[in-house]
Design a protein around this ligand. Sequence first.
Ligand code: ZN
Length: 341
Amino acid sequence: MRAVVFKEHGGPEKLQMAEMPEPKPGPEEVLVRVRACALNHLDLWVRQGLGFPIEMPHIGGSDIAGEIADVGARVRHLRVGQRVIISPGISCGWCAQCAGGNDSQCAEFDIMGLRRQGGYAEFAKAHMKDIHPVSDRLGFDEWAAVPLVFLTAWHMLVSRARLRPGETVLIHAAGSGIGSAAIQIAKLCGARVLTTAGSDAKLDMAKRLGADAGINYIREDFAERALQETGGCGVDVVFEHIGPDTWPRNLRCMGRGARMVFCGATAGPQASVDIRMTFLKQHSLIGCYMGGRRELMEVLRLVEAGKLRPVLDRRFGMAEVAAAQERMAQRKHFGKIVVRW
Ligand SMILES: [Zn+2]
């Protein structure tokens, strides 16, 4: 099969179309003909190298939509030709964490395209429990844009922050895939959404997704503005995935008893925290990582019902993965970048 691979870590120039062996599904596995694969920042980090060895040549790509091409002998509930997405998070399915619905806490937790081969290929395989049938209400490129960001944002806002109707949430980077998902989920929870972006055009798009107020972080201090918007009380929840620049100011604009949920550090790993401010106001700082199968099913049900919808930035051909990743690195996008055959 054809696949976009890298044979050593480095920049986008390391990506190349190559001939790779077609994956063979085991008895409980399903082979999926990939129609579309959405990009995530993770793809860039895996390509650059995360400090642990991975199988080379490596196929990246975590968000896969396509059709079932083959099923293993013990697969009863799925059939060839069905439209599906593959769960981006892969866990063992039998340990205590998996049994409790905390799949991303599983000691064997992995992500498609991280340690295992991903979706920039003609075919990808996964265990039958990680295959989710989807309708034709959306195209494959739109379905590919759903799983990772909506699952992570749902886990953060609904499961971890327990966002309530009437609360105010500050969502960073409206133009990111996860920001555009979080805005919609927060509105579904009945919250008031403040969001940030680096351009007014992105803020206009965020408002069309339901954001109540947009903050251009280049022109104004988001913490000052968040305090103004809440009459000096501060926000109830901060949705954080940036890093050193935002952490101290997040804490400044968090109200009493507020929660910060965070899932990443795209701008760097170290941040300073004024401990006094955090305990006096009884803040909760809640680390989050992806989510579980049950949460993914909840998200898919809401997408099927038209309550959540993926936001697509631009589509590229599968041969243009390098250009697609460069667009993501330059942060010009609003929503998800997708590659497809
Ligand atoms: Zn497990």
